[in-house]
Design a protein around this ligand. Structure first.
Ligand code: ASP
Ligand code: MG
Length: 411
């Protein structure tokens, strides 16, 4: 008998029909002899609606009350799912995050899990019930309700799977799995049967929206096997595990991200301490700096460019402007119209031609590369935002990601 933690996202419980479908699915799993624990998100766009309501009545929006409000969405969904299970003849009980044993810190709207003690979930399982847990929530060390942040239900599911020693954590969503690239941009993008934690983490860090990066990190550090799959077709999705499959693709996926801007500080003095001063000041302003490039210097001066989230540009610009004299800088230039295109694959570590093929492909499509950064299993290029979709499609074709891994040409 296997134990699965199954998380259903907002669209998967978006209306009464969907909720009944979930109950039918649980019935099939139980018939097969599996034990199931459900984690559910708020129905459809409910979290957005609750946030909009708060916006209309409050400018201060106290964190404690916001968390009480938002987690109500998950609480409503898990009670409804539990009722639908009862009607299907399946004994079930719903639980808030607190009842399920999630203890957190006091950081409202972005609470971190301190401890999970799901003894009530265990008891419910032992009594033959299907527990249904509200996602993305817990109780703080001050005994207040806390919310884990957007996408936090994935984190609830992974943490619960680890605490219960489940065989796998299944994330049911509105896409059939993890794709070689965004299928909305490239129609022949391929669903992967398997991907490693490291590769999926690089993907989520460079623009792949699901699953939530935090949950992938948690799954990797605790070795929780993930299965990302569709809530609409019930066909197997993508398995995410530590070890590589036998037939290992050199390149696994291409991602893109348009959420960042580029800032260039030009003409800074080329002497020890300048980069330290600049990036300490940005860190103090809580700017999330990503890629960093420093040019070769000419006559004792150099340019430093970095990328950062669009919404932090104003804060960063004022932080940098306040120290231009100390830096010796002559200008601070911001550029919103960039995108980052990334190539991800554990197999590239031993394959020297990968970067060359990437740059040749961009050049053949007239796409200028403005910045480059690499990790052991990723190469990212900053390009004009307007050319990002072309770059993704061209690279997807160049590495033949539409084909099965064993049928692809060598790069
Ligand atoms: N409902 C919450 C959100 O939309 C939490 C979740 O679904 O993971 O962010
Ligand atoms: Mg942009």
């Amino acid at each position: 008998m296997a134990l699965y933690v199954q998380k259903f996202g907002g669209t998967s419980v978006g209306d009464p029909d969907r909720i009944r479908e979930v109950a039918d699915h649980v019935a099939r799993c139980r018939k097969r002899g599996d034990e199931v624990v459900l984690v559910v998100s708020a129905m459809g766009k409910e979290t957005d609606e609750l946030l909009r309501l708060a916006e209309q009545v409050s400018t201060s929006k106290p964190g404690r009350e916001m968390d009480m409000l938002i987690t109500g969405g998950e609480r409503k969904a898990c009670a409804l799912v539990s009722m639908a299970l009862h009607d299907r003849g399946i004994e079930s009980a719903s639980f808030t995050g607190s009842q399920a044993g999630f203890k957190t810190d006091t950081t409202h709207r972005n609470a971190k899990i301190l401890d999970v003690n799901p003894y009530r979930i265990r008891e419910a399982l032992d009594a033959g019930k299907v527990p249904v847990v509200g996602g993305s929530q817990g109780v703080s060390s001050d005994n207040d309700v806390t919310f884990f942040g957007r996408g936090g239900s994935d984190t609830t599911a992974v943490a619960l799977a680890h605490a219960l020693g489940a065989d796998a954590c299944e994330l049911y969503t509105d896409v059939p799995g993890v794709f070689t690239t965004d299928p909305r941009l490239v129609p022949d993008a391929r669903k992967m049967d398997h991907i490693s934690f490291d590769e999926l983490l690089e993907m989520t860090a460079t623009g792949c929206p699901k699953p939530a990066m935090r949950s992938v990190e948690l799954a990797r550090s605790h070795g929780v096997t993930l299965h990302v799959r569709s809530a609409f077709s019930w066909v197997p999705g993508t398995w995410v595990t530590e070890e590589a499959p036998m037939e290992r693709a050199i390149i696994s996926a291409i991602t893109h991200d348009t959420s960042e801007a580029k800032m260039t500080v030009s003409g800074v003095s080329d002497r020890p301490g300048v980069a330290a001063l600049l990036f300490r000041r940005l860190a103090d302003a809580e700017v999330n700096v990503d890629m960093i490039v420093q040019n070769v210097s000419a006559e004792g001066r150099t340019d430093i460019s970095f990328t950062l989230p669009h919404e932090q540009v104003a804060v960063a610009a004022s932080a940098v402007t306040s120290i231009t004299d100390e830096l010796g800088a002559d200008a601070v230039i911001t550029d919103d119209d960039i995108a980052r295109v990334s190539l991800i694959g554990a197999g590239m570590q031993t394959n020297p031609g990968v970067a060359a093929t990437m740059f040749e492909t961009m050049s053949a499509h007239g796409i200028n590369i403005e910045m480059i950064s690499t990790s052991a299993i990723r190469i990212s290029c900053v390009v004009r935002e307007a050319q990002a979709e072309d770059a993704v499609a061209a690279l997807h074709a160049a590495y033949e990601l539409d084909k099965a891994p064993e049928d692809r040409i060598d790069v």
